[in-house]
Structures are given as C-alpha cells and as structure tokens.
Design a protein around this ligand. Structure first.
Ligand SMILES: CC(C)(COP(=O)(O)OP(=O)(O)OC[C@H]1O[C@@H](n2cnc3c(N)ncnc32)[C@H](O)[C@@H]1OP(=O)(O)O)[C@@H](O)C(=O)NCCC(=O)NCCS
Length: 418
C-alpha cells in the first residue's frame, strides 16, 4: 500500500538519491554533491513555505516533490497558491502512476486548504496539461548590443547593492507583486538565502532617497570561448517602478558597451522591442519578406484552477468589463473529479453571482480545465480558444460579449523560480 506523507529531514537523503537519478543534468550524483544539496535544503527550510513530500511503500521511497505555500496576486487578491517543484520518481518505479498520484494528492492538499490555484514549471507541457494545467503567458529572450539601449542622466542613481540592501530590494519587488496578476510574493528570509547562495551574481539598483525603485540581478556569461574578453551580461531579474528607473537601469547597461558583447534579457512584455532602436539579435537571420530575427520565445509557467467555484467567489468584486450575461460554465475536469461539473453564474454589469440548482442561463460555455485555467488567468483570450475548437458555445452570437467578459488588461507574469 502506497502512502504519501511529508518527508522528515532524517529521510531527505532518500529523496536526494531519487532526484539525482531523475535530473542527471544537475550533476549531483557524487556523494559530495549530494551533501551540498542536503546543506542547501537545510538552509532553505528556514523559508517555512517549503515542504518536502514523498510516496512511500513501507520504508521505501518511490518518488517525491517539493510543495511551496505561495501567495500570488490574482487580480488584486493575495491568494494561497500551491507551487509544485522537483517532481521526481525512482528509476525502478516509473510508469506505476507515482507522479499521477503525487500530483493529485498535491492538488487536493491545496484545494482543501482553500487555494483556488496551483502553479508549476513543466519539464514537458503536455504531461501536465493532461492533469489540467494550462499554459501561462510566454517569455521572449532578447540579445541586445549595449549601445542600442537608451542612455540618460538617470544612471547617476544606479549603484551596487549588497546584503544590507536586500530589505529595500525585496520591498521594491513586493510592490511590483501588488501590481500584477501571477506575481508571487517573496519573503525576506528567502531573499537573503538566495543572496547568500548566489555565486557570481551581481546586484545593482536604482536608489533614490534611500529607496530601491528598481534593480537588476545579473551574471556574466562567456561569449566566444576562444576569446576571454568576449562576454555577455545575462539579466536574471529586472524590476522597475517607473520609466525613469527603467532608463536609469538601461543606461547602466549601455555604459558596459566596451566590455560587453550582448545584454541577454528576458521579458514577458510583448511590446518590449519598441524600447530599442535596434532589437535584432546577433543571428542575422531574416524571415520572409523582411523580418529580422529579434528574439526567441518560450512557454513555461502553467496554472491549474483547483476550485472553479472558489475562483468566482474570490472575484466577486471584479468587474468583468461591465458585461451582463447569464452563463452556464461547463468545466471538464477528469483529473480532479470534485472540480468537474457545471456552474451557473449571472454576471450583472460585470459582477459575478454564483447561482445554485438549475438557475436559468442564456448561453453555455464548455471547455477543459487546462484551457479554463489559462483563460481565467488572462494568458489567452476566449476568441482564440473558440477559433481553435478548444471552447464550445451553445450560441455563437455570444462569442464577442464573452470574449470581452474574460478579457484582461495585462498578461500574467511570474518571476519566481522553483
Ligand atoms: C516525469 C516523471 C515524473 C513521470 O513519473 P511516472 O511515475 O513514471 O509517471 P506516471 O506513471 O504517473 O505517468 C503519468 C500518468 O498519469 C496519467 N494521467 C495524466 N492525466 C490524467 C488524467 N486527466 N486522468 C487520468 N490519468 C491521467 C497518464 O495517463 C499517465 O498514466 P499512463 O502511463 O497509464 O498513461 C518521471 O519520469 C521522472 O521522475 N522523470 C525525471 C524527472 C522529471 O522530469 N520530473 C518532472 C519535473 S517537472
């Protein structure tokens, strides 16, 4: 009989053994490396949001994962959100539904605690899409020459940041969290741990009147291996609170032109290329008729609605763009049966009221939980899901008002690695 439970720290080596085999790319198979992982996790236990869970058969561990009790901005509400990380199954117990059962248990754990959503970074999107997770918004990675970045006097406010600045930096980050759906709060404890553990990581900030109003966390990356003076700057995290602050940070990067070949920067902002006179990357590739290659793009973060009813309860004060409609929402959830089924919602001038029983509806909208999760987060619009055949409407004439109802002003973003 298999049992899922929290892993006591005395058992953590069993999980590390499984992780070492599941992620050979991490190169943690040697005894010394495993010891380092143990020490790292011992430190990270100070962040009480993290817990380690395993599936046991007797005293044997079959697989495990890490839970993160995150607080995420969901249209202005700070909600408990379950983060799933380091899912790993023993090499000799693959294809026995260990991962399936771990994930279902994880979703139920957070649903029972009142979390409306879960988040994860997938090793393969289709694996988790089958379990009801929907793709979030994409990420674009630019490789810009420093000289193409703007240069203004705002650079004078940019200086190195050290450990003593981590409180002000984290306050800046958390102010940004307040403004965007999908952003996850960072604790001071974890910010400090990350600072201590980061090797070769540089911090610079835009500081005015003692406040950090924006910052860059970056590393140097090697360019041509035959040429030791060919280096890039790789931005790991960039936050700014105003155009002036952004210009200060970009000016700092501009002035690295003598030393730096490319600034490698990732952005969720679909309009980011308008910030630069020359957003092309170094490939020189041209697409027909004359599109210069500017960035590469990736999909990553996935969202999973755990409780559809709770989502609309939470959002009862949100104005769904003034639309009035009596909607029957049919969310198909084969993985989490308790979340499967119909929900009748009457939107009155944009405000949702959940109805019970067989309340009247003008139109029904049917879609899979994975697509619904992407839709409610604002990562995709309903019109596209309908056009791709992934959402069904009982009356096609309702497409435009319902598209307007679910539309969001901004895409969801997430800067938390886990
Ligand atoms: C990827 C990995 C975790 C999979 O582990 P696993 O225990 O072999 O996977 P499972 O046997 O549980 O396979 C998933 C099952 O869930 C099932 N499933 C998925 N969605 C389902 C749904 N909605 N309803 C019912 N079953 C579902 C799948 O069909 C599959 O079962 P099947 O093989 O009978 O078709 C494992 O191979 C591993 O550790 N890989 C290396 C590390 C890694 O990549 N981890 C993931 C990091 S994000």
């Amino acid at each position: 009989m298999n049992k899922i439970q929290e892993i006591p720290f005395k058992d953590i080596e069993k999980f590390i053994d499984i992780v070492a085999d599941a992620y050979p790319g991490l190169q943690i198979s040697a005894a010394e490396a495993k010891k380092r992982v143990k020490e790292r996790w011992r430190k990270r236990r100070q962040d009480k949001r993290m817990s380690w869970w395993g599936m046991y058969r007797g005293s044997e561990m079959l697989g495990g994962m890490i839970y993160y009790d995150y607080t995420m901005n969901f249209f202005g509400h700070k909600v408990l959100t379950g983060g799933a990380g380091t899912v790993a199954v023993s090499l000799v117990h693959k294809k026995e539904h260990v991962a399936r059962d771990l994930m279902r248990f994880f979703f139920r754990h957070y649903r029972k605690r009142g979390a409306p959503l879960a988040v994860l970074w997938p090793f393969r999107p289709d694996f988790y899409k089958k379990m009801g997770c929907g793709l979030g918004w994409k990420m674009d990675q630019y490789r810009l020459t420093p000289a193409t970045l703007p240069r203004t006097k705002a650079r004078k406010h940019v200086r190195h940041l050290g450990k003593a600045d981590m409180k002000a930096l984290n306050d800046c980050y958390n102010r940004f969290v307040d403004t965007r759906t999908g952003m996850i709060e960072e604790t001071q404890v974890n910010r400090n741990i990350r600072y201590d553990l980061g090797k070769g990581v540089k911090y610079v900030g835009y500081v005015k009147d003692g406040r950090v109003l924006g910052y860059l966390i970056f590393t140097f990356a090697r360019g041509n291996p035959e040429n030791f003076v060919d280096n890039h700057i790789k931005i790991e995290e960039m936050v700014y609170e105003s155009p002036e602050v952004l210009n200060g940070l970009l000016s700092f990067l501009h002035t690295q032109a003598d030393q730096i070949n490319r600034i490698i920067v990732s952005s969720n902002d679909e309009y980011f290329y308008h910030c630069f006179d020359d957003p092309r990357n170094e490939t020189g590739n041209l697409m027909s008729p004359v599109y210069h290659e500017s960035h590469r793009s990736g999909v990553g973060i996935m969202y999973r609605v755990l409780n559809t009813r709770e989502v609309f309860n939470l959002l009862k004060d949100r104005d769904f763009d003034g639309v009035s409609v009596r909607l029957r929402l049919k969310v198909h959830d084969t993985f989490l049966k308790e979340n499967n089924g119909d929900l009748t919602i009457h939107f009155v001038k944009g405000h949702p009221q959940i109805k019970t029983g067989r309340a009247a509806a003008e139109v029904s909208l049917g879609l899979d939980i994975a697509d619904f999760s992407s839709l409610i987060m604002g990562a995709v619009d309903l019109r596209s899901l309908y056009n791709y055949g992934r959402a069904e409407l009982s009356k096609a004439t309702y497409l435009e008002p319902l598209n307007q109802l679910f539309a969001t002003k901004q895409k969801p973003v997430c800067m938390t690695s886990f």
